[in-house]
Design a binder for this molecule. Structure first.
Ligand code: HEC
Ligand code: HEC
Length: 291
């Protein structure tokens, strides 16, 4: 791991900023540019990536796709991680239960198919440089597989690999905070752990395991641990529960972007009520887990 002491301290204000901005969105005290429903939606003749992105996305994802509260899109590892059809899907359908709105007209959003194509192509063209994962560290899958994850193992991994930056009182900000966890989807947590934040100083999966790679199932376990800390009453727990909750039963239209949709690489099995209604899984059953 690179030396991060100063860096992490330097980032403290950022995560505070994130929380403030998140609150701001939640309270609807500010309307981000391009919010669907806002009157000044882009004219459907605009298909220039930079204009479309600037009008609709940069408010949350940053002018250059980085250094903003929303996902860093300007990250070759991230763009290698997310399958192109999934990238399109998230943009079309948004992430129900989070601040990421749906953009496709079919979902009530402002953008045409052509404009969404221009965004997907532009993001990949501008920010998706070739990325070659190390031979000993294949990139974990974008979407979680059927394995519900081992909460206890995730907790141990967190103490080892994340606590130094994200523990209570640690410099970056507690991603274990229940309020924070109620604002983000499981997929967001998963993506953050795999892709890191090269713009803000979070390392990626290649070295997060104390300088060694995190495996796909390590990532599953970390997400399971974080999700176990999310309050059952969280506003957005419905969407999250469906995402990580096979057996939650309510895979509704609009949750497609969560990894349960048609564009997802993998469907989850229909049994395994472990994450139902967002209850704590501390007693976690373990399925096919190697420690
Ligand atoms: C109001 C703020 C906001 C706006 C505007 C916005 N996003 Fe997002 N976006 C978010 C948030 C928050 C998330 C993370 C949601 C979650 O918790 O999964 C997200 C997630 C995403 C993701 C998936 C990240 C992942 O985890 O893999 C993509 C891709 C994305 N946004 C692209 C866009 C594009 C393209 C636009 C413009 C058309 C856009 N967003 C506009 C807030 C926004
Ligand atoms: C070297 C310090 C460091 C380590 C280690 C680290 N992170 Fe991070 N992490 C960061 C920084 C910096 C950010 C960006 C915070 C911000 O938004 O300002 C971040 C962001 C995140 C986010 C997204 C927060 C948001 O919404 O912007 C999540 C989730 C996360 N980290 C989880 C983890 C997990 C889980 C681990 C352990 C596997 C981990 N991190 C290890 C520094 C670290």
């Amino acid at each position: 791991m690179r030396s991060t002491g100063g860096l992490v301290f330097a980032r403290r204000e950022r995560s505070v900023g994130l929380v403030v901005m998140a609150c701001c969105f939640v309270l609807s005290a500010c309307d981000p540019p391009g919010k669907p429903g806002a009157p000044e939606v882009s004219s459907e003749n605009i298909t220039d990536f930079k204009i479309l992105y600037g009008q609709n996305c940069s408010g949350c994802h940053g002018d250059e796709g980085k250094e903003a509260p929303g996902r860093q899109l300007n990250n070759p590892l991230y763009l290698k991680l997310i399958p192109k059809d999934e990238l399109r899907h998230v943009i079309e359908y948004g992430r129900p239960g989070t601040q990421m709105p749906a953009w496709a007209r079919s979902q009530g959003g402002p953008l045409t198919d052509k404009q969404i194509t221009a965004l997907v192509d532009g993001i990949e063209r501008e920010w998706g440089k070739p990325f070659n994962p190390p031979a000993n560290a294949p990139i974990p899958a974008y979407a979680a597989t059927g394995n519900p994850g081992d909460v206890n193992h995730g907790k141990r991994l967190f103490a080892r690999s994340c606590f130094m930056c994200h523990g209570k009182g640690a410099p970056v900000g507690p991603v274990t905070d229940p309020y924070y966890l109620s604002l983000v989807s499981d997929q967001y947590l998963r993506t953050s752990i795999i892709a890191g934040r090269s713009d803000l100083g979070m390392p990626d999966y290649r070295i997060l395991n104390l300088g060694k790679p995190l495996s796909d199932s390590d990532v599953n376990d970390l997400v399971a641990y974080l999700v176990s800390l999310r309050p059952a009453t969280a506003v957005s727990s419905g969407a999250h529960t469906v995402e990580n909750g096979p057996g939650g039963g309510q895979i509704t239209k609009g949750n497609e972007g969560s990894g349960n949709g048609p564009g997802s690489p993998e469907q989850r099995p229909s049994e395994g009520p472990k994450f139902d209604s967002g209850q704590s899984q501390s007693g976690g059953t373990v399925q096919g887990k190697s420690k």
